[in-house]
Design a protein around this ligand. Structure first.
Ligand SMILES: Nc1ncnc2c1ncn2[C@@H]1O[C@H](COP(=O)(O)OP(=O)(O)O)[C@@H](O)[C@H]1O
Ligand SMILES: [Mg+2]
Length: 360
């Protein structure tokens, strides 16, 4: 898949700008705070309907304006596709090939993206939510069904948590089993898909890490050994919800379920979180992203667009070269301040950005 053209209108610090991207490596250069990451963010937003940096879409609107618009034309193996997001202060409109979407999940899968930035270290070093977020964003891109299950699960979970805070115990005990039945249905779908994804991801991440470290380190990404059908997971979860009811009531929230799960990541047998050095964590995070890229390629039959935001300067020279050699056949949008220092003459389409404008 190749993004040919990206137009930004009142998006972040861009007023009106159109980028033309080439098939391989596209390098956005410029000093700090000029709009490189903003451009990368716009690409990611069109692929996923969300940004990794913000809570509210309105932050994407250029200061002093009331609406932003991002549009792109891409070429996938099924032909050309155009995407557009019009972002207003309290709502947004999404379009695929000019057709307005009634459900945001229908944006997913039209254009896939893998995003890697220094912030992705959190995936290794921070708590379980970062790893769940990775799974959720990643699996959602290739499965609208997963994304829908996730949204429904969250909604029922919120309602269940509200109920747990109620003071009417008999009401709670009467209503809870009904919620739990529904909650378990979506929870099982989530758990089942995550397991399948991790099973695929685990060897790919291990291989990528071994490639990046010349076999010096072994990365392992915990995949569940248990073989369970979705229905078996559902039945088990109903029992678990049931067993934790007393504790849930005492604490006022739901203490078990896929919103609490973690993925164990270790390097040479030691848990990476809290143990891995910055350098190791960076390489491990990159390995996960390369594995994600390989999975997308497997599932969709073509490579997603790879966004590398500001990561080259943080990798040592051998790793940079290895990374570049690995992504030769992938469209990549890479941002950095000094292209010469990170690319060593690799062939690329260079775009200079200054103050939210492309420098001709
Ligand atoms: N909604 C917005 N309206 C106007 N400017 C914005 C908005 N959001 C961010 N910016 C500006 O964008 C710049 C940062 O752009 P960014 O792409 O992160 O920089 P970099 O080139 O370092 O990656 C900052 O100057 C910031 O003030
Ligand atoms: Mg930046």
């Amino acid at each position: 898949m190749v993004i040919k053209k990206l137009s930004l209108h009142n998006f972040r610090n861009y007023e009106d700008e159109t980028f033309f991207f080439g098939e391989g490596l596209n390098v956005l250069t410029g000093k700090n705070a000029q709009g490189k990451t903003n451009c990368a963010e716009a690409v990611y937003y069109l692929c996923t309907g969300s940004s990794l940096r913000i809570r509210h879409d309105r932050q994407l609107i250029r200061h002093g304006e009331t609406a932003a618009s991002i549009s792109a034309e891409a070429l996938s193996r099924f032909g050309s596709v155009s995407l557009r997001a019009d972002i207003y202060e309290n709502r947004r409109e999404l379009y695929v090939n000019g057709n307005k979407l009634t459900r945001a999940v229908d944006l997913l899968g039209n254009m896939n993206a893998v995003f890697f930035s220094p912030g992705e270290l959190r995936l290794i070093q921070d708590g379980p939510d970062e790893r769940r977020r990775f799974l959720n964003l990643s699996i959602s891109q290739t499965s609208r069904e997963y994304c829908t299950a996730l949204l429904r699960y969250q909604k029922i979970l919120d309602q269940r948590n509200n109920l747990l805070k109620n003071h009417d115990i008999s009401l709670i005990l009467e209503t809870l089993p009904v919620w739990d039945e529904q909650l378990a249905t979506y929870a099982a779908r989530i758990v089942f898909r995550r397991r399948a994804f991790l099973k695929q991801l685990s060897p790919l991440a291990c291989e990528a890490h071994s490639f990046l470290t010349d076999g010096a380190e072994i990365l392992s990404v915990g995949a569940e050994e248990r073989e369970e059908t979705e229905e078996q997971i559902r039945e088990r979860l109903i029992r678990e919800f049931d067993n934790s009811r007393e504790r849930d009531l005492r604490l006022g929230f739901t203490t078990v379920g896929p919103h609490r799960d973690d993925v164990k990541i270790s390097i040479d047998g030691d848990e990476a979180r809290g143990f891995a050095s910055q350098g190791q964590a960076r390489t491990a995070a990159l390995s996960l992203k390369l594995a994600e890229l390989a999975i997308f390629r497997d599932i969709t039959g073509e490579a997603p667009v790879l966004i590398l935001d500001d990561v080259m300067s943080e990798l040592d020279l051998p790793r940079r070269k290895k990374l570049l050699s690995r992504i030769r056949d992938v469209q990549c949008i890479l941002t950095c301040t000094h292209a010469e220092r990170v690319l060593y003459g690799a062939e690329c389409n260079k775009i200079r950005i200054q103050g939210g404008k492309i420098v001709p």
